[in-house]
Design a protein around this ligand. Structure first.
Ligand code: NDP
Ligand code: GDR
Length: 371
């Protein structure tokens, strides 16, 4: 039985990867941070009581800023594969917490590689590093591929650039099997609530149900290559099953504006939204509401632009070329954007219908805090 250790197991990708590895018969260990409230909701459906025999899924407390903790856990688990998904992963927030982001996303990667080396596991343990299309930043070439020069545009991306190169360096210096997956944006119903896709699908559902009036967004012109997290964790696993360690771009090859994502999300609920105005004055207005279940009259302004969501330096266009992954890993995405949007909107609709029932029954409903 193969043993895997996942950092960032409580995040979006961590939950999908855990599902995948358990389904392949792995014993899965994960590192989770101590928090004042439970933070393992995404893993609840996979929980195994540690008091029972033959447990294949175990969580350990830890943090990428703590070397001794990483060394102890890796020594205990003796993993065949490590997936380093742990990160301060929000680009906008990295401008507020640049030093912490560098520590976790950059130096944290070094701590993990060095722990494997110090423990003499360089020949046993294969490592996946969660690199990112944010490395491409300011457009140098489209579509972006493995050979495209990097030009990071945020503290997050600069920290991940260090993570990328230290992974390459440990591979070359010590012969470690260590790969970078240069993953383009991937989303799902498990996506964090403050990333733009989930912010939009949550708001669309809440607006349709009469629980929210408006959605405030930043740069509507930004273009992203959005895939589904379920497809992307499959690529991570495939990268660690090859004869030699290499770096791969994982993307769909299709790019879409934030504005278009908004249109698609509302359309999934039968609400047609059209945009007018320019820059900060741009508005998204309901043209028609075709589903009798939802009462959002034509003419209602449901989207406004708010400068607070702009970034000091933006990544305007991402579109990836996954040819290498297709040829060498046999990887292809199963989801396209409409299927992704549908799944996310329907999932959020299900979540917020509970709030709508509560409100109908006269119960106060909590205001969800998701900026
Ligand atoms: P999430 O933000 O959903 O999850 C991040 C995980 O990292 C969480 O489990 C979080 O724990 C954990 N974490 C944060 N800080 C620390 C720390 N100091 N020590 C240990 N763990 C920590 O991200 P995703 O699942 O979306 O992404 C997974 C990885 O892939 C990240 O490294 C991200 O940067 C990268 N990536 C993501 C892409 C995407 O589109 N999703 C694209 C390209 C790369 P907690 O739950 O306690 O906050
Ligand atoms: P990104 O994802 O920065 O690409 O990083 P995010 O969803 O945060 O932003 C995508 C684009 O949408 C624009 N945008 C907004 N973004 C947010 N979050 N909130 C808004 O209100 C808003 N309005 C417009 C952004 O400016 C941006 O252009 C994600 C993360 O998962 C990273 O960890 C990962 O490395 C990259 O994807 C690939």
């Amino acid at each position: 039985m193969k043993r895997a250790l996942i950092t960032g197991i409580t995040g979006q990708d961590g939950s999908y990867l855990t599902e995948l590895l358990l389904s392949k018969g792995y014993e899965v260990h994960g590192i989770k941070r101590r928090a004042s409230s439970l933070n393992s909701q995404r893993l609840d459906h996979l929980y195994q009581d540690p008091h029972e025999a033959h447990v294949r899924f175990t969580l350990h407390y830890g943090d990428l800023t703590d070397s001794t903790n990483l060394i102890r856990i890796i020594q205990e688990v003796q993993p065949d594969e490590i997936y380093n998904l742990g990160a301060m992963s929000h680009v906008k927030v990295s401008f507020d917490t640049p030093e912490y982001t560098a520590d976790v996303d950059g130096v944290g990667t070094l701590r993990l590689l060095e722990a494997v080396r110090l423990l003499g596991l360089t020949k046993k343990t294969r490592i996946y590093q969660a690199s990112t299309s944010e490395l491409y930043g300011l457009v140098q070439e489209v579509p972006q591929r493995e050979t495209t020069p990097f030009y990071p545009r945020s503290p997050y991306a600069v920290a991940k650039l260090y993570g990328y190169w230290i992974t390459v360096n440990y591979r070359e210096a010590y012969g470690m099997y260590a790969c970078n997956g240069i993953l383009f944006n991937h989303e799902s119903p498990q996506r964090g609530e403050t990333f733009v896709t989930r912010k939009i699908t949550r708001a669309a559902a809440r607006i349709a149900l009469g629980l929210q009036d408006k959605l405030y967004l930043g740069n509507l012109d930004a273009k992203r290559d959005w895939g589904h997290a379920k497809d992307y964790v499959e690529a991570m696993w495939r990268m660690l099953q090859q004869e030699t360690a290499e770096d791969y771009v994982i993307a769909t090859g299709v790019t879409t504006t934030v504005r278009e994502f908004v249109r698609l999300a509302f359309a999934e609920l039968g609400i047609e939204v059209s945009f007018s105005g320019e820059g900060i004055a741009e508005r998204g207005t309901v043209v028609a509401c075709r589903d009798a279940e939802y009462q959002v009259p034509a003419g209602t302004v449901v989207v406004e632009v708010d400068e607070r969501y702009f970034r000091p330096t933006e990544v305007e266009l991402l579109i990836g070329d996954p040819t290498k992954a297709k040829h060498q890993l046999g990887w292809e995405p199963k989801y396209d954007l409409p299927a992704l949007v549908k799944e996310m909107v329907q999932s959020d609709l299900g979540l917020f219908k509970r709030d709508a029932y509560l409100r109908e029954g006269g119960h106060p409903i909590p205001q969800a805090y998701a900026e």
